[in-house]
Design a protein around this ligand. Structure first.
Ligand SMILES: Cc1cc2nc3c(=O)[nH]c(=O)nc-3n(C[C@H](O)[C@H](O)[C@H](O)COP(=O)(O)OP(=O)(O)OC[C@H]3O[C@@H](n4cnc5c(N)ncnc54)[C@H](O)[C@@H]3O)c2cc1C
Length: 313
């Protein structure tokens, strides 16, 4: 097993905005390190020297590969895929991964298709270099997948792996040739919600509201609480569909996956699709006027599961 581990070489595709590294890349680096062997990180951007420098200090990275070209603006998969394929041709990685964010989910299936291999999405555990665990049925079952492909291409659920330490590393840096622009798509602009609160997927405390809030105005109660707790604010899909809040706040199977230290669910019933996005939170507090709400049943079951383990008795 030790020899198998040493033979691995993994490429982590970094997500960033030329200025700052997106935190999920650090979780993907931890997952890559668990495979053993060399870990390289590809930083592709328009003016990304600062991010490359930041990554070279991350623990677990052996080599930073830097590619700069105007067409890498916005991280379009059509433009980044040829670069990754050329890098793969040069270095013959055994694994290629990225965080399971919109960026990674957009990019890696295309890379896998071009390499003619099956991608494995949103892994939560690595059993061995070819065996991964991922959730299915909205997180109600775990599937262990053995991958026989020559190159394993996968995305990593950020909440399932600790973030790699951002200092103490000393990776070498190498420039890789930028591919010429494909030109089938063009990055025009991006309008992001501006907020002083922590980012939802990496916040230590999340306060979420559901249909029980009854209006968008009542979310102000949650924003005030969140500001006191330095928390991010999330929402159920019902609250998003009702127009109370924008959909980038949605937590759940079709929203964001969060696992904060503390998750406070206000006026949320606890449908399985919502639980799929927050059930790995360390402590969950539910505020609901209905004592029969599914979220309480689920919390009771989770409590029973933890305390009925032999080691906890
Ligand atoms: C394919 C699919 C994907 C989905 N993906 C997601 C997803 O990603 N995220 C998600 O959240 N949902 C998702 N859903 C929807 C999900 O099934 C539920 O419909 C949704 O989570 C319900 O949201 P809610 O708990 O806010 O609303 P409700 O189920 O209506 O619950 C509202 C709760 O508020 C409580 N309440 C009412 N008034 C008060 C009060 N005054 N004080 C305290 N409590 C009060 C009620 O008792 C109730 O429990 C998905 C559904 C499908 C089919």
């Amino acid at each position: 097993m030790g020899f198998v581990h040493r033979c691995q070489s993994t490429l982590v595709v970094a997500e960033h905005n030329n200025e700052v590294l997106t935190p999920i890349t650090l979780n993907a680096i931890t997952a890559a390190s668990k495979l053993g062997g060399e870990v390289s990180c590809l930083v592709a951007g328009t003016n990304c020297a600062k991010v490359a420098e930041e990554i070279s200090k991350v623990q677990g990275i052996n080599k930073v590969l830097v590619a700069q070209h105007d067409s890498y603006k916005g991280g379009l998969p059509e433009e980044l895929t040829p670069l990754i394929l050329a890098t793969q041709k040069q270095f013959s990685f055994t694994h290629i991964c990225a965080g399971a964010s919109a960026f990674g989910k957009n990019l890696l299936p295309r890379v896998a298709a071009k390499l003619d291999v099956s991608p494995i999405s949103d892994i939560i555990e690595i059993k061995s270099p070819d065996t991964f665990v991922r959730t299915i049925y909205a997180g109600n079952a775990l599937s262990t997948v053995k991958c026989n492909e020559s190159v394993k291409v996968f995305t990593v659920r950020g909440t399932s792996f600790e973030a790699a330490a951002t200092d103490g590393g000393s990776a070498t840096s190498e420039t890789v040739d930028a591919s010429s622009s494909v030109g089938v798509s063009e990055w025009l602009e991006q309008n992001l919600t501006k907020s002083d609160r922590p980012e939802l997927t990496s916040a230590k405390v999340v306060v979420s509201g559901g249909r029980g809030l009854k209006s968008g105005d009542n979310f102000k109660l949650l924003y005030d609480l969140a500001d006191k707790l330095n928390a991010a604010v999330g929402a159920s899909r019902a609250a998003v569909d009702a127009g109370y809040v924008p959909n980038d706040m949605q937590v759940g199977q079709t929203g964001k996956i969060v696992a904060p230290e503390l998750y406070i669910a206000v006026g949320i019933s606890g449908a399985i699709q919502h639980l799929a996005g927050m059930k790995d939170s360390k402590t969950i507090v539910a505020i609901n006027k209905d004592p029969e709400a599914p979220i309480f049943k689920w919390l009771t079951m989770a409590w029973w599961r933890i305390f009925s383990r032999p080691s906890q008795r």
